[in-house]
Design a protein around this ligand. Sequence first.
Ligand SMILES: Nc1ncnc2c1ncn2[C@@H]1O[C@H](COP(=O)(O)OP(=O)(O)OP(=O)(O)O)[C@@H](O)[C@H]1O
Length: 449
Amino acid sequence: MNNTTLIAVDDVTKVFATDGGEKTVLDGISLTINHGEIVALLGRSGSGKSTLLRCIAGLIGPSTGTVSYKGTPLNGSNPGTALVFQSFALLPWLTVLENVELGLEAKGIKPAERRERALKAIDVIGLDGFESAYPKELSGGMRQRVGFARALVVEPDVLLMDEPFSALDVLTSENLRSELVRMWSEGTMPTQTALIVTHNIEEAIQLADRILVLDSNPGRIKAELTVELPKPRDRRSPEFEDLVDEVYGILTGQQAEPRRAAVNGGGPDAAAAAQGLETPLPTASTGSLGGIVELLAAHGGSEGLAEIADELRYEIDDLLPVVDAAQLLKLVRTQDGALRITEQGRRYAGADLLRAKEQFATLAVEAAPLVRHIVKELRRSDSGAIRADGVLSDLRALYGDQEAQQQLDTAVDWGRYGELFEYDADSGRLLLPTHPDATAAAAGQTVDA
Ligand SMILES: Nc1ncnc2c1ncn2[C@@H]1O[C@H](COP(=O)(O)OP(=O)(O)OP(=O)(O)O)[C@@H](O)[C@H]1O
């Protein structure tokens, strides 16, 4: 591999404004992309992968730090890159050929050369014969090939891909991915250097020479792995499977970091911190929590995370919050990419519904600060009821609108299951189970505060 650095990201931070203040999405990110290598950026949903990719493409600027292309800091879009999006982003009224030519038109290249280069890119990416088709006449896989052709036609030094296979069905994405690996290995791919954003562990291992694992909240580089297995890689090989386990180990080793509210001045911020609300609840339903503990019990108490994801057909974004929640409640623990049931977990799996609920209630009050906070406030109130809005506004300062609501919804799900409190959507109140309106609220059960 040639070690010329094409892209250097130096101590990049990105902060977005939210309703309650601001949110640090990327924090102190430094990385390089060298000529001839394929780098994967792997992380959970919301870890800032797309934001980092957009900073590298120069579509947005970092709040602090720099992104450089061949040693020159960017000032606007990155001239050495082209993007492939998850959603294809084709213009429906243009043919395949015209869609591919579009990127060249923007660069002021003359029509004859445009046509010649577009035809070549179409040929390389396996779209020969479809030049005059319109996007709607193509399958998802073919449309994404157009997306690749449109990026490759400008002959970028670095191809930037944002989850390019995630909108495709499993077989189509497998097919396109394998084809790209083959083209890279055989040297028929015009662009030799790439950065791919993905939340799919196997995809990262299949494609990349180097994997950067991003931590969430805020996004930081948590680990870097070099993948030295020869390509094409056999995902059934023990080496491949070991790597999958290693990445699962890295991703689940993550502790939820206390959130620092960005509101200056400290008022609601300090109050929220005192209540422990800055430690987020993993957004897992009680049903999925019970399910994972039972699955483990049925598997003799221990199973690899990759196998569990396979069995449940879960992506990491579905599985990891459930694992986090089960770990938080000490029902399971992770070890080297495997999940093990704890004594507590065994009791939970073996209990009848009433006992399971009681046990859950104790564990949730012990380990989940938001649930504990709501129970405490309810017990403190004379009426046995509090307004959900008040809790929500404390959460907003820490998490922003959407995530604050998600936090409250999860706490309500947990509180209800453990029969710790009820939520009455009509009046927007949280209620102790002994409150006269609690039974009616339990019968309603919709959460849309
Ligand atoms: N323009 C913006 N304003 C405010 N917040 C934003 C903005 N863009 C992204 N965010 C927030 O930044 C966080 C990271 O988003 P980003 O899309 O980069 O993550 P991701 O790892 O790519 O996740 P996903 O896989 O779900 O796309 C999210 O919480 C998102 O809500």
